[in-house]
Design a protein around this ligand. Structure first.
Ligand code: S3P
Length: 177
């Protein structure tokens, strides 16, 4: 059976849209950790951050990831910070092939600001905070990902196909090739 694919990447990289297309392509079920967290908490992500803080959000996110270990037939879209803790990274690798959806910083920033609902960017200096987060996280995505796809010049369908091809190559040949 086709392995699970886990999409990681910075806010605005298109994980959810690309993940839905991948699910349609593969017949796998689309799962989104942000949706699982929202469901578990009974409130939106901005509400969780505002009422309980980021730590509380991270705890629910980690539990959602642990619960997915051993579940087959899924395309998983994760929140941008899901790679931050070592237990989360271990869970991501147990769940499936970890595909990093990357893009140019300007493109990521523009896309990330669109929804207006990302608590980490609801600050007085969103671009500066965005750049700080991206600089801190880029090495972690690099270290964590099995495959990296630069989606800067792709639409969602093209990105989904690129992820699918890269994940299959990784699955058949392994990381050393
Ligand atoms: C976060 C990214 C968000 C969401 C939360 C925290 C992050 O998901 O999980 O706001 O730390 O980068 P997206 O990457 O889908 O925006």
């Amino acid at each position: 059976m086709l392995p699970n694919i886990v999409l990681v990447g910075f806010m605005g990289c298109g994980k959810s849209s690309v993940g839905r297309r991948l699910a349609a392509m593969t017949g796998h079920r689309f799962v989104d950790t942000d949706e699982l967290v929202t469901h578990a908490a009974g409130k939106s992500i901005p509400e969780i951050f505002a009422e309980s803080g980021e730590e509380a959000f991270r705890r629910i996110e980690s539990t959602a990831l642990e619960d997915l270990v051993g579940v087959a037939g899924i395309i998983l879209s994760t929140g941008g910070g899901a790679i931050l803790s070592e237990p989360n990274r271990a869970a991501l690798h147990k769940i499936g092939i970890v595909a990093w959806l990357d893009a140019d910083p300007d493109i990521l920033f523009e896309r990330a600001m669109r929804s207006g609902k990302r608590p980490l960017l609801q600050t007085a200096t969103p671009r500066g905070d965005f750049d700080l987060l991206l600089t801190a996280r880029r090495p972690i995505y690099t270290e964590t990902a099995d495959v990296r796809i630069d989606s800067s010049h792709f639409d969602h369908d093209e990105a989904a196909h690129a992820v699918f091809d890269a994940a299959l190559r990784f699955h058949h040949r392994g990381p050393a090739h």
